[in-house]
Design a protein around this ligand. Structure first.
Ligand code: FE
Length: 137
């Protein structure tokens, strides 16, 4: 599935129109926000984090944990189909990049030093996310 084509395709100009400069830098240019600067680092509301580019549901607040890294961190995505993971050897480091499966936007990287139950740490840029509050029943 790693060569799965994004379901949403836009030109660079189209993305620039709908994203903030910060969102564009992270999602479309694979940028990384400085640690402890993003709006969701210490965010504790219950709900769903969606892709800032396309609204795809990515992470539940139930899987969020405090990693101490300065970036919002999750131990699992909402579903394995909501993201895709690709090898990233930029900066001379072997890492695994996390992309939105719907628009192909860059979200962050996944590491194998997370907490139970998965042992994984999905390290995500706040600028790649929007938050949708849990609807009261
Ligand atoms: Fe997306």
């Amino acid at each position: 599935m790693s060569n799965m084509k994004p379901k949403i395709k836009k030109s660079e100009d189209e993305w620039r129109k709908i994203l903030t400069p910060e969102e564009f830098h992270v999602l479309r240019e694979k940028g990384t926000e400085r640690p402890f600067t993003g709006k969701y680092v210490n965010y504790k509301q219950e709900g769903t984090f969606v892709c800032a580019g396309c609204g795809n549901e990515l992470f539940s607040s139930n899987a969020k944990f405090d990693s101490g890294t300065g970036w919002p961190s999750f131990w699992a995505p909402i579903s394995k189909d909501s993201i895709k993971i690709e090898p990233d050897n930029s900066l001379g480091i072997r890492r695994s990049e996390i992309l939105c499966s719907r628009c192909g936007g860059h979200l962050g990287h996944v590491f194998e030093d997370g907490p139970k139950p998965t042992g994984r740490r999905f390290c995500i840029n706040s600028a790649a996310l929007h938050f949708e509050e849990k609807q009261s029943v």
